[in-house]
Design a protein around this ligand. Structure first.
Ligand code: NAD
Length: 549
């Protein structure tokens, strides 16, 4: 296959794609294999290991050559990736349709447009981001050079998840490229059509040595994790996140874990209800609820619950018509395993909206469940589907207590116009992020960091935060070698004395920085004194000239 114009031209070399367990059938059921690498190390597959060794070796050589660190090279690769999204938009939409029956509008907003904007944001700012930072100097370093260099880590591994199979993989990949790393790219095997797209297209647009794609399931990922990387960025479940973290521990590899969990949504009576219901249902139903930041369950009073349900019935009819299954605007559950799991979760509480499902299509009607108990499975595990339980609480304090008794969520949604209630949650809870009076939209703000805390993850990315994630901040002190500098510094040398000690403690003493306000005052006084001096000088000279005539 010939490369399109301007693409990578090293086609004569073998392309390092390892499609280890290619799945030709769409949405083949995923049998989850729990591999506890601490206690159950997988049997080494020598053929896979040889392939990974080879891929990694080439990436290491490429990194050592320095080409991925060259800023023009990084820009070119990012421009190529942007072109990949632009030239293959229809194929991307088709792959997402085949994997998730994702409506085109959702695919455009949450994958292609999102990824394009992400790269453009990087390209606009890259020249500033790569510059060495010059931190503030204290008195003792006045004559020295202080710098913080933005170093890449080296060869990094990025592992993606199936629910947003392109952007969850390629947004961190773009950040890693921007930071100058070589990247081993591992798509999720569960979104098989998207994985195939990535394995086929990415090598045509990106440098093959620096950015190889490797494919496979849990066994292959476990083998991959046996290799030594300089950074691992993982998106997926908390269960597998622990496996990744344990594997990284072997070489003390720094890791970002973008995990899941239950994101609660509190709503009080101060809000305009129809708007709130629309925003919550949209966040729940986009991608059929298979979104890590979907509002998992609602917390509200009994009175609000009844109003919420009435409004929700009306909104769903407006969005999807009488027969929701016929609507083209609702995605499907990824596979039978997840479908069966979700049907099981619907056994808790009392269904007041929806409740229908069709295994042949993996269709689940948007469903609202009330009268749930905290110990019900639906209130204990992450739902990851179009089902919304409502748990009633007396007030905001009650809701906060409920939230704080559980693992820290990836995001906390609060719907209220009362500043006092907003502050109560801002100051009284822990979560990866918060979004007030909307859902999901915080994810799209590239100046906000995105990431979890506790069981919902560690680390953050998006925009500059992504660049920083894949960057080692290398500090460097450049000392002055002049005779005066050496004279000042020589107080540290033996033989020690009280005088030397006093001088050292004077030089090293921490001084409160002058507030910026005073600096401008001091500057203004300085300019004033200077001007007066000049004016006096000028008058003196004129007077002298006049007298001498
Ligand atoms: P997944 O099954 O696609 O797994 C993610 C990756 O882990 C895949 O590349 C897969 O090959 C690999 N993997 C799976 N099992 C493994 C094992 N035993 N050993 C090693 N590697 C293994 O995705 P998932 O885990 O089902 O994703 C859903 C979860 O991810 C949800 O909990 C969701 O909340 C979370 N998620 C989080 C974010 C975020 O940004 N924080 C985004 C999307 C999804």
């Amino acid at each position: 296959m010939s490369a399109p114009n301007g693409l990578n031209t090293n086609n004569n070399k073998p392309v390092p794609i390892i499609i280890v367990s290619e799945k030709n059938e769409t949405n083949k059921d995923h049998q989850e294999t729990v591999i506890d690498i601490e206690t159950e190390p997988p049997t080494p597959d020598t053929e896979i290991m040889a392939n990974f060794d080879d891929t990694l070796q080439r990436a290491r050589l490429a990194y050592a050559s320095g080409k991925s660190r060259n800023v023009s090279f990084r820009r070119k690769q990012l421009e190529n990736l942007l072109r990949c999204y632009e030239e293959n938009e229809n194929e991307i939409i088709s792959a997402l349709d085949a994997d998730l029956r994702r409506p085109k509008q959702e695919s455009l907003i949450v994958e292609t447009e999102f990824m394009k904007n992400d790269i453009k944001h990087i390209l606009y700012h890259l020249n500033d981001w790569v510059k060495a930072e010059k931190p503030e100097k204290s008195f003792v370093n006045l004559m020295d050079d202080l710098q913080i260099f933005n170093d890449p880590f080296g060869v990094v591994l990025v592992i993606g998840a199936w629910n947003y199979p392109l952007q969850l993989l390629l947004v961190p990949v773009a950040a890693a490229i921007a930071a100058g790393n070589c990247v081993v790219i591992k798509p999720s095997e569960i979104a098989a059509n998207c994985a195939k797209f990535i394995a086929e297209k990415i090598p045509k647009y990106l440098d093959n040595e620096c950015y190889p794609v490797v494919c496979g399931g849990p066994t292959e990922t476990a083998e991959l994790l046996n290799q030594r990387f300089d950074y691992i960025f993982y998106t997926g479940s908390t269960r597998v996140g622990k496996i990744v973290h344990a594997a990284a521990n072997k070489y003390l590899t720094p890791t970002t874990l973008e995990l899941g969990g239950k994101s609660p949504c509190y709503i009080d009576k101060s809000v305009e209800l129809r708007t709130a219901v629309k925003r919550i249902l949209w966040g729940k139903l986009i991608n059929c609820g298979q979104t890590c930041i979907a509002p998992d369950y609602v917390l509200c009073s009994k009175e609000m619950q009844d109003k919420f349900v009435t409004e929700a019935k009306d909104v769903l009819k407006e969005w999807y018509g009488e027969n929701i299954q016929n609507s083209p605007d609702l995605s499907r559950v990824i596979n039978q395993n997840n479908f069966q799991r979700l049907v099981g979760l619907m056994k808790s509480g009392r269904i007041v909206v929806g409740g229908k499902y069709d295994a042949a299509e993996r269709f689940i009607e948007p469903t609202i469940i009330v009268d749930v108990k905290p110990s019900d499975p639906i209130m204990e595990e992450e739902i990851f589907g179009p089902i919304l339980p409502i748990y009633t609480v007396e007030n905001a304090y009650d809701a906060m207590k409920f939230i704080n008794a559980r693992e820290s969520p990836l995001v906390l949604y609060i719907f209220t116009t009362e500043t006092e209630v907003q502050n109560l949650f801002i100051n009284g809870t822990h979560s990866g992020g918060m979004c007030l009076n909307d859902t999901i939209m915080h994810y799209a703000v590239d100046t906000l960091p995105f990431g979890g805390v506790g069981m919902s993850g560690m680390g953050r990315y998006h925009g500059k935060y992504g660049f920083d994630t894949f960057t080692h901040k290398k500090s460097c002190l450049g000392k002055d070698l002049s005779a005066f500098g050496e004279k000042l510094a020589s107080a540290r040398y033996p033989p020690y004395s009280d005088a030397k000690g006093s001088l050292l403690s004077f030089l090293l003493r921490k001084r409160r920085p002058l507030p910026k306000l005073y600096l401008t005052h001091i500057l203004a006084v300085g300019v004033g004194v200077g001007l007066t001096f000049l004016a006096n000088f000028y008058l003196q000279v004129r007077k002298g000239k006049l007298l001498s005539r």
